[in-house]
Design a protein. Structure first.
Length: 263
């Protein structure tokens, strides 16, 4: 029953639906303002400052800022444009007002694909030695992170907990980790860097194994304090299992793909 609920086909379908949602989010429509000057010129961009009956300041798509006296302006209009038409600097101006400072929660659903070989040691029943075998143990992972955001949400640090289910070995693990996220560039689809480190508690042996992960992602804002997240990471893990007197230690890595939300 567990394998049916967590089947790779079902998970891949969910990832595809979420990806389409994010694409629609970052390709949505926005408004751009147009200053019609009395000399016949038209200036397109975003009005960033206006002093009533005195002056108006507008930023164009290339990042240039112009100031005009109200007496020079005939009228102001707006038009709908897609994100693709607006240059990156204009998009950054639109989104930079979001602020996820203070408490932030990140909840993600992940699917991990084993890469390379698993290596480790085994012992029991008078046998002991090293081993290496292809890593085919894929897993599904659900985690939640509670932390604090700083610099308008361009950086966050938190503590995370979750649950992982491995299809091949049917092992359940409880990851406990520190989560660090950096978003050096703000925009409608901002790149991000994700680093994680901690331990996973094995449900069978109750022993903790080291876990380190790092990767990149995309942060697509929905509101001033919430975003859709997509990440891809390399996940290195160490864990052990015990069946009777037979004890095995594993070391290996996987490619983890995640979709989630930040609030």
């Amino acid at each position: 029953m567990m394998k049916e609920l967590l089947s790779p086909v079902w998970l891949r379908g969910l990832l595809s639906i979420s990806l389409l949602t994010l694409v629609q989010l970052v390709s949505g429509q926005q408004m751009i303002e147009i200053l019609h000057l009395k000399n016949g010129s038209k200036i397109k961009g975003m009005i960033i400052e206006q002093v009533p009956n005195v002056s108006i300041k507008i930023q164009t798509s290339d990042g240039s800022v112009f100031v005009y006296q109200i007496s020079e302006v005939e009228k102001i209009t707006k038009e709908v444009v897609t994100d693709q038409v607006i240059e990156s600097k204009t998009r950054n101006t639109v989104v930079i007002d979001r602020d996820r400072s203070g408490f932030v929660n990140v909840t993600e659903l992940s699917y991990g694909i084993g890469v390379g070989d698993y290596s480790g040691v085994y012992s029991g029943y008078g046998l002991q030695g090293d081993f290496s075998e292809p890593n085919k143990d894929n897993y599904v992972r659900l985690t939640t992170v509670n932390g604090m955001g700083a610099i308008h949400g361009l950086m966050s640090v938190g503590l995370g907990v979750g649950v992982e289910y491995y299809y091949d070995t049917e092992v359940i693990q409880i990851p406990l980790f520190v989560d660090i996220r950096l978003m050096p560039v703000s925009g409608n689809a901002s790149p991000s860097i994700v680093l994680q480190g901690g331990y996973s508690i094995n449900s069978e042996s109750q022993e903790a194994g080291l876990e380190l992960a790092g990767g990149i992602g995309i942060d697509g804002p929905m509101t001033a304090r919430s975003s859709v997240l997509m990440t891809i990471m390399y996940d290195y893990q160490e864990y052990s299992t015990q069946s009777g007197y037979y004890y095995t230690e594993y070391r290996g890595g996987s490619l983890r793909m995640s979709l989630g939300f930040a609030f």
